[in-house]
Ligand binder design. Structure first.
Ligand code: ATP
Length: 273
């Protein structure tokens, strides 16, 4: 007699070492609400983001992940109808304080987007774009920045002999690492990543995942991802968003192995989303 077998979900494994050290908080978010016109997209968000760690933001489509991450460097305000209330502190500075210039915030906090978006310029010019905007002109310094940033983004060896070629000649995965290099060139402390691998093949994805693990030694990283295995593989903390609320925020291994909230459990076991 045939025995019925239950379809089993692959277990989500977190291979990160448990966080034993005390970490500093780089972002502190309190009672943060955001509206697009009259539609509220974020509700009473309360979260501390740790320094030199990877924090994943997960949740179903439309739950406010991108809105949240774009609030952290005030990019969300490019939408004219946006209104906000509550507090976001970056290194104990109020990011909405008029004395803290948005340009300075965005120098401290770089961003990498879903689709690789290099400028239609050479690889070299892509990397030096930010530093040049900040007034750095000396060729020897720019050369150093290019090498350091491309090495930091694990791209140097692949492109060092064709720095003057157009960035559009690179593969999608290389273009995304170039965008990371462009971000590193402005020497941020934080890197925000909005689904950085969703347009990439599995090999390019795993390169970016490895890179994220390396980068956290020097940077604090917040990453939006639809891919729960990815969140489990690369993050130290995970926040689960649903309908604009943070339902659960915990160490990644706890959140995936022993969620506190039924809705988190339903989401990570694939019952919805
Ligand atoms: N520019 C905008 N104008 C008006 N409403 C917006 C705008 N951007 C997002 N929204 C709304 O805010 C809510 C949250 O959207 P957001 O893009 O932050 O979600 P998300 O979790 O990142 O979704 P996805 O996973 O599909 O990218 C949604 O209801 C969305 O329709």
């Amino acid at each position: 007699m045939a025995t019925a077998t239950k379809t089993q979900q692959a277990p989500i494994l977190n291979t990160n070492e448990p966080d034993k050290e005390e970490t500093k908080t780089i972002y502190s978010i309190e009672d943060f609400n955001l509206w697009y016109g009259n539609d509220q997209a974020l509700y009473e968000v309360q979260m501390d983001i740790p320094e030199n760690r990877v924090t994943a933001i997960i949740g179903p489509s439309g739950c406010g992940k991108s809105t949240f991450i774009k609030s952290l460097n005030r990019m969300v305000e490019l939408v004219p109808s946006v209104k906000m209330s509550g507090k976001i502190q970056y290194k104990e500075k109020d990011i909405f304080d008029p004395k803290y210039k948005v340009e300075d915030l965005r120098t401290d906090v770089g961003m990498v987007f879903q689709n690789p978006n290099p400028f239609p310029k050479s690889i070299y010019e892509n990397v030096v774009y930010g530093p040049k905007t900040h007034g750095i002109k000396k060729k020897s310094i720019l050369n150093e920045i290019v090498e350091k940033s491309l090495r930091g983004a694990a791209l140097w060896d692949e492109v060092k002999d064709r720095l003057n070629e157009n960035a559009f000649g690179l593969s999608g995965g290389q273009q995304q690492r170039l965008c990371i290099a462009r971000c590193l060139a402005i020497e941020p402390d934080v890197i925000l990543m909005d689904e950085p691998t969703s347009a990439l093949d599995p090999i390019s994805t795993s390169k970016i995942e490895e890179l994220v693990q390396t980068l956290k030694k020097d940077y604090s990283i917040a990453i939006v991802t639809h891919n729960m295995q990815q969140a489990a593989r690369i993050s130290d903390k995970t926040a689960f968003f649903l309908n604009g609320e943070v339902i659960e925020y915990n160490n990644t291994d706890n959140l995936f192995s022993n969620p506190d909230d039924r809705r988190t459990e339903d989401y990570i076991t694939g019952r919805f989303g």
